[in-house]
Design a binder for this molecule. Sequence first.
Ligand SMILES: [Zn+2]
Length: 119
Amino acid sequence: MLVCYRTYADYRGIFANQALDTLHNAGAQVWTQLAKETGSSMEQWREWTGGTFEAFLHHLSDASNKLGDEIGRALTYHTGEMTHGGTFRCVDCETHVTLKQPAHLPPCPKCHKTEFRRA
Ligand SMILES: [Zn+2]
């Protein structure tokens, strides 16, 4: 490239514009080519890395949902279940049921549903 500029400098005069055009065209081709190559790389990056990352996120989301479901099940108390006592919140209507001593969990006094969480 440096050689081209020196050559151009030597061509002052009648060939100057022509040389400049030639240089410009050559430069434009290089940049176009570079852009094409970069574009191609970006496309491949998006295809490989993006796809993998997306799959990873989906996997993470699935795992997180499953874990959330399991924790939810583990934390859910059902009517008739023996508990150590304490305050429970109806999953449906948020009504609180307090058991002062170990006892079987009754149905919700308000909506009669049977699933509770500790309040
Ligand atoms: Zn309820």
